[in-house]
Every structure is written in C-alpha cells, then in structure tokens.
Design a protein around this ligand. Structure first.
Ligand SMILES: NC(=O)c1ccc[n+]([C@@H]2O[C@H](COP(=O)([O-])OP(=O)(O)OC[C@H]3O[C@@H](n4cnc5c(N)ncnc54)[C@H](O)[C@@H]3O)[C@@H](O)[C@H]2O)c1
Length: 393
C-alpha cells in the first residue's frame, strides 16, 4: 500500500478484515506500506498492521513477494505509481478519481489493457458501489423492476471548507487534486449513477464556483489533512485553484435526464450522498446517512397498496451480507472497503477482471472533463466522449 492517512487507514482495516469475514481462495498478507516520512510510516505500519515499511514506493514494486499494489495517495501520483506497478506485473487497486487528467487516465487504461493480456488485474476504488443497498439498487434496475429509467437525481454534499480560514490543503490545489468537489465527491455520484442505471452520461451543462479564492497556507509539514481543520495555518495566503462546488444537468445514453450537485459548502451536510432514480414502474432512493436501507416504490402494486417501502438491507440473501451478522445487525461505512477487497482478491485469485475497471474510471474522468469544459464555456452543452468500454458491463 502507498499512503497511510485517510484512505490508507480505511483500506488497511479492510485488508485486515477481509479473510476473517469472507471465505476466499487466497489469504492476504499485508506485506509493506509506503509513506514519505520515515517516522510516521513506521508508526503507521505498526498501527495499521503492516509487516514492513519504506519511504520509496519503487521498493514495493521491486519486491518479488508483493502481488498487489494499493494506491492511496493524492491524484498527482496515481499515474506514475500505477504505470510502474503494472509494468512490473503487479495487480493494482487505485483510489478514485483514477487520475488528475483525461490524458493520464487514458494512459493508465491502455496500460491496464496491456497488463490484462498477461493476467494482471486492475480496479479503481469507487467503494460506494459496494454498499449492499447500492448493489441492490443496481440489481433491481437491471432486473427491470423500475421499468424505463426517466430521472436520476444525485447529490454529494459536504461543508468542511465553509470557514474561509480553513487552510489551503492539497485537495484545494489543482496540480495535486486535479479538481475540487467535482473530482473528489462528484466523481463518486457519477460512477454510482452510471453503475446503478447501466447508462453512460452522454452530455452535460455545468456550473462550477470557487466561493473562497484565497486561503491561509497550511502550517506543519504536509498540509494533507483529509477533513477538519489542518494543523496551524500561517498568516500567508495562497490561491485556491479548484472548484468549491459543481452542479450540472446531464443526459444519459438510455434517455434519462439527470441532475448532479457536488459541494463542500453545503453548511450542515457532513457527507451527504443521496441518489434517487425514477422509472416508469417504480423509484429507488439511497441515502448514505441511512446506508443499511433502500427505499423502493413499486408502481406495479395495486394503487391502494402503493407507497415507499423501507427495505432493511441486512438479510443473508442481500448483496455481501451473508458473511456478516444476523439479519437486522447493521453495518457501516468501512464495510464497503472490505467488500471492495473481497471482490478484488476473488478476481485476482480466480483470474477474472474486477469492476470498476480503469476503463470505467476513464469514463468518469471524461465526464469530469466535460463538466469543467462546459462550465468554462458559460454552461454550454458538452458531449462526453465514450470511454473504451461500456460502463458496468
Ligand atoms: N473512496 C473514497 O471514498 C475516498 C475517500 C477519500 C479519499 N479518496 C481518494 O484517496 C486518495 C488519497 O486521499 P486521502 O483522503 O487518503 O488523502 P490523505 O491526505 O489523507 O492521505 C494521502 C497519503 O498519501 C501520502 N503520499 C502523498 N504523496 C506520496 C508519495 N509520492 N509517495 C508516498 N506517499 C505519498 C501522504 O503522506 C498520505 O499518507 C485520493 O485519490 C482521494 O481522492 C477516496
């Protein structure tokens, strides 16, 4: 694994847990973790359960006893680490968004296709696909229970930079993060909605905004705080070079109309991801703050019986749930990462390609790029070029 902070911790927890919960054809050994600070990475290895540590990710790639490289760094190093790992014959799990630019994402997708021919697998970390209620949403839609999909309504709302004194951390710098709320949280709802509907975003009209344009420079050494105030901001300020919020309307290639909103300025909303899909035969609603539940409206029932049903997605025959606790014993955010590792280990061990593929993630990157270009051109309608492969098979 490369990177030991927010996603490093979330992924480590999943790697530690996956073999205890699921019966898999291979056992995971947490061989080595990499970070740039020698003391902090040593501490992280100890705390998170890794056998060894290094400050140079190239050492991981050179080792014969490492099969999978898990990339948990900011977007500016995804391409370099991933390309080197694939070239060295390592399977790769890369965090989202796949890259900072379409050009990098294309190069990574091409490298993944070459590696695939040699049995090397790659996957992008859109973990929300693996919340059981979201997987169930996809299954209901694929089974035709919603009929023809007419509307998709998706929001991902946070508020961690409402304070103009919040410092200029890496997520607010385009050269490190690629974009702001758009690529960080907008990318999740783009992938999630394309996954559940099986439809691709074909065109967009967008608005983006940077509400606070100058922020204090971070104190301390890294300025890589995930959320919440970073260590002591200094008096000097720097320019925010990414969007604080992005909103866009879209057409899906199956005919649905969609709206998307991604913001870090939605005061009071901490991590509010909500998706609603309306079809000719019904509606499904997912809300991350109630992630064990799925709301389903079945319009094929007699009119007198119609209404939103709250399904508690904790039964043994719900996706991923058979290995967890008895029905009604709920799960949380971190379980989506365990499910991600389960699917990756199973795919690697049995020689199949996991999803979402790099081609799926390139499709998301093409949408991010179209949103940015549309906003720069006064919200003009902007077509999204299809990726190499269809989304979600
Ligand atoms: N799937 C999700 O829900 C989710 C949530 C948050 C972040 N992410 C993604 O995960 C990635 C990391 O985000 P984060 O929140 O964990 O960031 P973070 O700032 O918490 O951690 C980044 C880590 O990368 C390390 N790092 C940076 N450059 C490095 C390099 N060249 N070599 C070795 N280590 C390096 C840092 O030291 C730090 O340990 C980003 O791509 C982000 O978009 C995904």
């Amino acid at each position: 694994m490369v990177g030991y902070a927010f996603m490093g911790a979330a992924h480590s927890q999943a790697w530690r847990t996956v073999n205890r919960v699921y019966d898999l054809p291979a056992r995971v050994r947490m061989a080595a973790i990499c970070g740039r600070d020698p003391e902090k990475v040593a501490d992280a290895a100890d705390r998170l359960g890794w056998e060894s540590h290094t400050t140079d990710w190239r050492e991981l790639i050179a080792r014969d006893d490492i099969d999978i490289v898990d990339v948990c760094t900011p977007g500016d190093s995804h391409a370099e680490i991933t390309l080197a790992a694939l070239a060295a014959g390592k399977h790769v799990l890369c965090e989202k968004p796949l890259a900072n630019t379409v050009a990098e994402a294309r190069e990574m997708t091409a490298a993944a296709a070459t590696a695939q021919a040699a049995g090397i697998r790659s996957m992008c970390g859109f973990n929300y696909r693996r919340v059981p209620a979201v997987t169930m949403m996809q299954q209901l839609i694929a089974a035709g229970r919603l009929g023809k999909i007419r509307h998709v309504r998706a929001v991902y709302l946070q508020d961690w930079i409402v304070d103009p004194q919040f410092p200029l951390v890496w997520r607010l710098q385009k050269d490190k993060a690629g974009s702001g709320a758009l690529g960080d949280i907008g990318a999740h709802i783009i992938d999630l909605t394309q996954f559940v509907t099986g439809q691709r975003i074909a065109g967009v009209s967008a608005l983006t905004e940077t509400f606070v344009k100058q922020r204090p420079l971070p104190g301390g050494s890294s300025g890589l705080a995930a959320t919440g105030p970073a260590d002591g901001a200094t008096a000097a300020t720097g320019e925010v070079t990414v969007d604080d919020a992005a909103v866009f309307v879209a057409r899906l290639d199956g005919g649905a109309l969609a709206t998307y909103e991604a913001s870090r300025f939605a005061t009071g909303r901490k991590n509010g991801l909500r998706v609603e899909v309306n079809g000719s035969l019904g509606t499904v609603v997912f809300d991350l703050e109630r992630l064990n539940e799925l709301e389903f409206y079945d319009a094929t029932l007699p009119a007198a019986e119609q209404g939103f049903t709250r399904i508690l997605v904790t039964e043994g025959d719900h996706p991923y749930m058979s290995a967890w606790w008895p029905p009604g014993h709920i799960i949380g955010y971190e379980h989506s990462f365990t499910h991600q590792m389960r699917d990756l280990v199973e795919a690697v061990a049995t020689g199949v390609d996991p999803a979402p593929s790099f081609a799926d993630a390139l499709q998301v990157q093409l949408v991010l790029d179209a949103v940015t270009r549309s906003a720069e051109l006064g919200s003009s309608w902007t077509e999204v070029e299809p990726s190499l492969a269809a989304v979600a098979g």
